[in-house]
Write a protein of this length. Structure first.
Length: 93
């Protein structure tokens, strides 16, 4: 994980490559964008390890389910935003 670029957008890197990834299956609530971005930054310190489950490609960006890899658990970031009340769940395509 390199950086959080928006309320549902991450820059993920793997050695010498980087890609923009959009969190799939959620829609960030209107007016909660800054809070959602802040929440993601708290959950994802730079160089955090994440697991990507690709869903589709949209406008040259990967849309994926993203889970934070921690010792003993995989916390899904989209579910965390929904639980925090900053986003709503939408059907995955």
């Amino acid at each position: 994980m390199l950086q959080v670029n928006g309320p549902n957008q991450l820059v993920i890197g793997d050695r010498n490559r980087s890609a923009t990834v959009i969190l799939g299956c959620i829609a960030v609530e209107s007016g909660s964008e800054a809070q959602a971005q802040s929440w993601l930054r708290q959950q994802l310190p730079r160089h955090s390890r994440v697991n990507l489950r690709p869903l589709e490609e949209r406008d040259g960006r990967l849309v994926a389910k993203v889970s934070l890899l921690k010792a003993g658990s995989e916390a899904d970031l989209a579910d965390g935003l929904v639980t925090a009340g900053l986003a709503k769940s939408i059907p995955c395509t």
